[in-house]
Each structure stands twice: as C-alpha cells, then as structure tokens.
Design a protein around this ligand. Structure first.
Ligand SMILES: [Zn+2]
Length: 248
C-alpha cells in the first residue's frame, strides 16, 4: 500500500514521455509533409523550380494523322525536347511526360479507354512533380488548307492559365513571327477550352497547338529545325516572363 503511489507516479512520467515523443514525431511528420522547403533540403535542390513538358500522343497514337511525311506525335516530341534543353539552361528541373515514341496508358491504374488512361498518366506525372507550370504540346489540323497559326489554350476561368498563355503568345509574336519569320501580320492566338489536360491537373498549364499540319506553309515550317528551335526559345521566354511578373 505504501509503495503504490510511487509506482503510479513513475508510470505517469513514462506515459508523459511517450506522449511527448509521439507528439514530437507527429509534428515532425507534419512539417516534412507540408513544407516544400524541408523536402527541398532533403533533396539538396533548394529553390529549383520544376516545369513539366508534355509532348502529346506517341506510340500507337500518331495524333492528328499523317500529312505528307510528318506525324503530329513526332513534331510534338521534337519541339518538347528543344524546349527541355532551353529550360535546363535556365536552371529549371524539367520533367517530360515522355522522351520517346510511346503512349502512356500502361502507367494509369484507372479503368477507362486507352485514350483516357494515356491522359490520366500525363495528369499523374504533372501532379506528382508539383510544377510551377506545365506545357502540353500539340499540332493542329483542319479541313481548310488556309487555316494556320499557333494557338495557346488555357482552362476556362483560370487567371494564371490565361496570363501564362498571353505571355507565351507575346513571346511567339516577338521572337518567332517577328524576328524569325519577319512577318508582323502574324499573331499567336490565346483561347480557352475545357480540355482534360487543362482541367484535371492541380497546377497551372497551357496547351499549345504549334501550327496546322494541313497548311502547306506551316507543314513546311514544322519540318524546319530552325523554326522549331525558335518556337521552343519563344515558349521559354514566355514562361520566364510569366514567372517574373507573378513572382512565382
Ligand atoms: Zn494533338
């Protein structure tokens, strides 16, 4: 009877220590999981911004159909690789949804069509890498051979998406249409559309249609390495301008 209270006190102290220890662990886990800077310290990459580049289609999915000797999927990848090189020079961490001629549906766990699983895999790659922006690259087609021009789509109602699209359009007008093609009458167009790849990811992005494969002049330009290189350069300049202005 005399010793019981002392045992009771010791038990309480042990329990308090265990409780404090548990609370400290929970707090630490919370800080690690919620604070990006802590994660960056672990990765030894403080302040490195990630950009995801998404070349549309690939593998069995050629894209908008063969016109002459070029396929949309190949042009998309070519421009994307050029953009990756431009962004790496600026110190960005660049993640590509694909770097070769492949479709991505096998990376998706959802039960849906091959097309939808391919898009879901792209969304998952974008979200997993928490990019400051992402850029999805495509090529347009039309039944009218006269249809031409670069079009940049953002998600309807997304202010950040619209700003990013406008910065890209300005840079394309300056560097690609102005400096490279020396045609002041050409203008990149900013549009909005409820595309899956603009709606589903949690981060700010745009979809760029790099021109019309069905327009004879743009079909020729989309085979020109100089043209595609300048387009990649202009996309980079637009991204830099967007990040600078928004202080992101
Ligand atoms: Zn496409």
């Amino acid at each position: 009877m005399v010793r019981k209270p002392r045992v009771y006190v010791i038990k309480l102290n042990r329990m308090a220590i265990i409780l404090i220890g548990l609370l400290a662990l929970i707090l630490l886990a919370y800080v690690i999981l919620t604070n990006q800077r802590v994660i960056d310290v672990f990765n030894h990459k403080p302040n490195v911004k990630t950009i995801v580049v998404d070349p549309g289609h690939g593998g069995i999915d050629g894209g908008t159909g063969k016109r002459g000797d070029i396929l949309e999927k190949d042009i998309n990848l070519d421009i994307a690789i050029k953009l990756k090189k431009e962004l790496i020079v600026e110190g960005f961490n660049v993640i590509m949804t694909r770097e070769r001629d492949e479709s991505l549906e096998e990376l998706s766990q959802i039960k849906a069509s091959r097309y939808r699983r391919d898009l879901d895999a792209r969304r998952a790659i974008i979200d997993a890498n928490r990019p400051v922006v992402y850029v999805s690259i495509h090529v347009n087609s039309s039944t009218s051979p006269s249809a031409r021009g670069i079009k940049i789509y953002h998600y309807p109602g997304s202010e950040d998406g619209r700003e990013l699209a406008e910065k890209l359009a300005q840079a394309i007008d300056t560097y690609l249409y102005g400096q490279f093609l020396k045609d002041e009458s050409l203008r990149a167009e900013v549009l909005y559309e409820d595309f899956y790849i603009l709606r589903e990811p949690k981060y700010t992005g745009i979809l760029l249609e790099a021109g019309f494969i069905t327009n004879p002049e743009e079909n020729r330009l989309l085979k020109d390495e100089g043209y595609k290189g300048k387009l990649a350069y202009a996309i980079k300049k637009g991204i830099l301008e967007y990040l600078k202005e928004a202080k992101r």
